[in-house]
Design a protein around this ligand. Structure first.
Ligand SMILES: Nc1ncnc2c1ncn2[C@@H]1O[C@H](COP(=O)(O)OP(=O)(O)O)[C@@H](O)[C@H]1O
Ligand SMILES: [Mg+2]
Length: 433
């Protein structure tokens, strides 16, 4: 192979709806800069992965690199189907996620995006006949985070979701007495046929005397224990998050939808509001999906905006543990691995949770990293020297794919004009200008 420089864009010859093996795609040979190849030579090159949807060119092994976390998990190549994707702004993370989504839908998988803060996923969902749920100021859509299937577990599920939402709005963990107050308020709200957050807040403010006595506290103490919770949850009734989660769900989820995107772009730049909204939305989605066992991606784009909240990380991790049995592969998109450190100080429970989340992603894809991130990234992912040195030089769309037993450098290829139109966020920005 003669190394040649050049950045000419290469495309698959087939649309994403027709997933085919490598030869009929008629891909041109790989081209890379001499610097990239020189850095690449020290690798021990494993054969390209050929199961799953095509992703792009295996820059070292040659051939088309395919990926299917479910098949690789079943084959023992992965210890879990979850994927972490980290890279600087504009390195092509969302483009890769969108291609994986489009191609996975074509291969019969489903895709859920439980929060799209930039509103860039709606066209992708529409292109595959999926559902876009717009939430936020001006949208009539309501999602009730207290939705739950009629089952003995419903109360427990609602309580865990409410506790996460309350802890997120309060920026702290709940005290045991607060937890009891929340439990009692939820029980009171559940007397309604469709419990809502409004019912819970009302019961926090005016606690049920019988329940308080049964728990060995006075009504005045119970009311005191619920004060902060009521303030926190009121944000969903009359604060900046009003009109989204405070009424029965308006549009029940179409279970057959190949793709569901919750568009949160109307919420603006407030990370805190986004974290609360995503906690509610993810809870609603969980309940709406129930125990359906269709393999599905759950994609958290711009996830770094969520990870500053310990309660969110904790509930995400708990959800991931449960979701494996349901065939869910989570895709967590960050800028850098140190986004995980932002959750808390070294040695804290928060940091341990963040490290657990990383451990729960047995596929790690690293796109271009700033030079000040190299040491930390290499340490966290166990990268070799040459792998580490490659990171600041990776061109847009090219990433280091680190699986437990293999490493690949993959250049993601966009599949034809349709996919490019859906994925090109630069074009969207140019059109806005
Ligand atoms: N593999 C690729 N080939 C060609 N263009 C790409 C590729 N990946 C990304 N791009 C383009 O780069 C721009 C930024 O990509 P994007 O995925 O939005 O970056 P990020 O999510 O990392 O900030 C988009 O306009 C997209 O079309
Ligand atoms: Mg992006």
């Amino acid at each position: 192979m003669t190394p040649r420089t050049g950045t000419r864009q290469r495309r698959f010859a087939t649309p994403p709806s027709r997933v085919r093996p490598w030869r009929p795609l008629g891909l041109p040979s790989h081209r890379a800069s001499t610097a990239t190849l020189a850095a690449a030579y020290p690798f021990l090159v494993p054969p390209a992965l050929q199961t799953g949807v095509p992703v792009g060119l295996d820059a070292l092994g040659g051939g088309v690199f395919c990926f299917d976390p479910w098949a690789l998990y079943a084959a023992g190549e992965l210890t879990n189907p979850n994927v972490l994707l980290a890279g600087v702004v504009g390195s092509g993370k969302s483009a890769l996620a969108k291609s994986l989504a489009l191609r996975s839908v074509a291969a019969g998988r489903r895709v859920y995006v439980p929060g799209d803060p930039k509103g860039e996923w709606a066209p992708v969902a529409r292109a595959v006949g999926g559902v876009v749920v717009e939430l936020g100021p001006g949208s009539p859509t309501r999602l009730n985070p207290l939705d739950a299937a009629d089952s003995p577990e419903a109360h427990g599920q609602r309580l865990r979701r409410l506790a996460t939402v309350a802890a997120t709005t309060l920026h702290r963990d709940l005290r045991p007495a607060e937890h009891s107050a929340l439990d009692a308020a939820l029980t009171a709200a559940e007397h309604a046929s469709r419990p809502t957050i409004g019912g819970v807040v009302a019961a926090l403010v005016r606690p049920d005397a019988t329940a308080a006595r049964r728990d060995g506290v006075t009504v005045a103490d119970r009311s005191h224990d619920g004060t902060d919770l009521a303030h926190g949850l009121r944000r969903l009734l009359s604060g900046d998050l009003a009109g989204m989660f405070d009424a029965p769900t308006t549009d029940p989820l179409d279970h057959a939808a190949s793709m569901v995107v919750l568009d949160l772009s109307r919420l603006g730049a407030d990370d805190d509001a986004l974290a609360v909204a995503m906690t509610c939305a993810a809870g609603w989605l969980d309940a709406a999906l129930g125990t359906a066992r269709t393999p599905r991606w759950v994609i958290y784009d711009e996830a770094w905006r969520l990870l500053r909240q310990v309660a969110v990380v904790r509930s995400m991790q708990a959800q991931w543990k449960l979701s494996r049995a349901l065939g869910v592969a989570n895709l967590l998109i960050l800028h850098r691995l140190s986004d995980l450190d932002a959750v808390g100080a070294a040695g804290s429970e928060a940091r341990a949770l963040a490290e657990g989340l990383l451990a729960d992603c047995s596929t790690r894809i690293v796109y271009r990293q700033e030079s000040d991130q190299l040491t930390a990234t290499a340490r966290a992912l166990g990268l070799s020297g040459p792998e580490r040195d490659l990171l600041p030089a990776l061109p847009r769309g090219t990433g280091l794919w680190k699986l437990p037993r293999r490493t690949h450098v993959v250049h993601h290829l966009l599949a034809g004009p349709d996919e490019i139109r859906l994925i090109d966020t630069d074009t969207a920005m140019r059109e806005e200008e």
